[in-house]
Design a binder for this molecule. Sequence first.
Ligand code: PLP
Length: 476
Amino acid sequence: MKYNMPLVEGLKEHLAKNRYRFHMPGHKGGNNLAPQIAELLGEKAFKADFTEIEGLDDLHNPQGVIGVAQELAAQCFGAEETFFLVNGATSGIEAALLATCKPGDIVIAPRNVHRSFLSGLILSGARPVYIEVNYSAQGLPLPLSSDQLREKIKDHPETKAAFVVSPTYEGLCINYEELIPVVKEAGVKLIVDEAHGAHFYFSPKFPKPALTSGADVVIHGSHKTIGSLTQTGMLHLADSRDRDGFQKALSMVQSTSPSYLLMASLDGARAHLALEGLELFNNLVELCTNARREINALSAFWCLSQEHLAGLAYDPTKLVIGSATGLTGFQLESVLSAYYIDMEMAALGYVLALVGVGDGEETLKYLVGVLKSIAKSNDLKHNQKQNGLIPYPPLPKALLSPREAYFSSTREVDLRDAEGKIAAELIAPYPPGVPLICPGEVFTAEIVEYIKELYTKGVRWQGPADCTLQKVKIID
Ligand SMILES: Cc1ncc(COP(=O)(O)O)c(C=O)c1O
């Protein structure tokens, strides 16, 4: 039991010694703070804000309490090696590409990758081969299928790694029973962005997770669902022989002053869920299943469930809710906002409620109660509009790798003059955040038209320097 939470306990022991702090951070345990910040965060957070001093180990060379905390996390998730992330799943994805690929190596990935995948390509020099995303009838990006991957590997037998996202942001999952044999047979490493699925390891009521299914590298955004602080994550390796390369890569993308508050929150979340996770998540799944049933009983709304997904596994704690009366997801989000509800995300056709370890009966009851009130009120009738989806144009051709594009000189042109030019920046409508064009790819007439059309719909953009998209950056 002594090592149940080694890092948390190490910090508590060190704190109890009440030593003089002639080391960073300069607030020395929270002295001379602005009263407003002390009031907001409380003094304890500052007192526990230590750095790499005797007894508290070093994230970049873990031999003590951090090392043991990472080992316990590895045991908990079924990995041979686990690394703590203090710069989100983002840093894990960047490091995974840096550690796995050399310049010119090919990585196959679906187009709905997170933007950190692009950063990883720029850092490593790897070349992406993208697979177009299919969408469900409700407009949700579907996870990659084994057939799609098999076909691409056939076209690119020299592929080094496959990078997949499962669960997707909306909770849809890959069928690993079919996918794993494809990568094993081809001798391709499987890296899984499981940023949204760290909780899958704590209850059999969730879809089978990546590490248990045979993935080589798995990245968690632990803060998203399992109760650690924002910015925390974990990178897990199925085979510890890859350890040194990953430690080196992570040391490049993570701070040399990692926050002990963040790392302790990972240690605490893991220990808590190792003991309580099964009961906690079983209960949460039941609450979400009931909420889903009640929402689907309202004729004004639908909530994504098995009947919409034709056998595809999904995360029951993601409540994807759409209007059956033509309200867009953006409109539904603003109606819910008036009831003091902030959703995780709104898309054209739906909103997403993320249910995490901190939710319970009360929060879910409130959400369902509000939807019932809205269904009865006039809120729906004021706003009726089409929620039709506009299919993406075909994937553009890439003439430069993301790294080559990143280091090229660039200039701005009017969007209307961009056809045939090589993009120097990512342009992704958000949501869903799936890139229309990435650095190094060539603007087609369809992409230019698509941007113009989405612009009139008030869609937000990720990536471009000019958010009005009157001008775009191209390679000079
Ligand atoms: C699928 C996916 N992967 C990775 C990330 C990056 O995670 P983080 O914000 O923890 O860096 C996100 C962020 O939302 C994501 O949605």
